[in-house]
Ligand binder design. Structure first.
Ligand SMILES: [Fe+2]
Length: 194
C-alpha cells in the first residue's frame, strides 16, 4: 500500500461532519493533539485506527484511503463507466465499476484513460451473425503488443486477454455492446470509434 490517508482528507471529512478535533479524538480514543498532528502532516494514524476513524467519519476504510466520499460523488455506479487498471509490473488487469483504490505489485494504480483509436491502433469491427469480430492492426511482439480487448455493454464487460505472438483479435456477443477497447502495452488504451 503506497497510498495512505492524508491530513487534508481527515480535516475535510471531519469538518464536513461538523466535528471538532477534540470530538473526533474522543470518538476514537486518541488525544486531540494526535488528530491535530495528522491534519498538519506531522504524523499518520496507526493502521489499527483506520477502521474506527472511518466509522467516526461515517465512511468506509476504502473511501478514507481514496480520499473521497464515494456515496456523495458516485450515487449510481454505471457499468458503462467501468474503469480498467493495468499493472505495469505483472500485466494484471483489474476492472471496477465506480471508485476503488486498486494496487498491484505494491503500486497503486490509476484508472487507465482511453484515447480514440489512432492509425497505429485502429480497431476494426466486423459483424458476424450475433457476434462482433474485432481485430486490431498492431504488432504482437514480446515488446509491443495488444494485451487485451474488451467490450462494454450496459449489463457487463466481455474481456479477452491476448498474448505476444498471438493474434490481435477477439469475438464478442453483440448484445448491447456500447464501447470497445483495445489496450497496447506501450501506448495505453484505445476506444473504437463508434
Ligand atoms: Fe502500440
Amino acid at each position: 500500500m503506497d497510498r495512505y490517508v492524508t491530513g487534508a482528507v481527515i480535516r475535510r471529512l471531519r469538518e464536513s461532519k461538523k466535528l471538532t478535533q477534540e470530538e473526533l479524538a474522543q470518538k476514537i480514543h486518541v488525544s486531540d493533539k494526535a488528530v491535530s498532528k495528522w491534519e498538519t502532516g506531522q504524523g499518520f494514524p496507526d493502521i489499527s485506527l483506520l477502521e474506527p476513524l472511518a466509522s467516526a467519519l461515517g465512511i468506509s476504510v476504502i473511501e478514507l484511503l481514496s480520499g473521497e466520499d464515494i456515496r456523495n460523488t458516485n450515487p449510481h455506479s454505471n457499468i458503462l463507466r467501468s474503469k480498467f487498471y493495468v499493472c505495469p509490473v505483472c500485466g494484471n488487469v483489474i476492472r471496477s465499476v465506480g471508485e476503488a483504490v486498486i494496487s498491484c505489485c505494491g503500486i497503486s494504480l490509476p484508472p487507465v484513460e482511453a484515447e480514440p483509436a489512432d492509425d497505429e491502433h485502429s480497431i476494426n469491427i466486423e459483424v458476424v451473425e450475433d457476434e462482433y469480430y474485432v481485430t486490431v492492426d498492431h504488432p504482437m511482439t514480446k515488446e509491443h503488443y495488444i494485451s487485451f480487448i474488451a467490450a462494454v455493454s450496459d449489463t457487463g464487460v466481455q474481456f479477452v486477454k491476448l498474448y505476444p505472438e498471438g493474434s490481435a483479435e477477439a469475438r464478442f456477443k453483440r448484445g448491447r455492446v456500447k464501447k470497445l477497447y483495445a489496450y497496447c502495452n506501450r501506448h495505453g488504451m484505445f476506444e473504437a470509434k463508434s
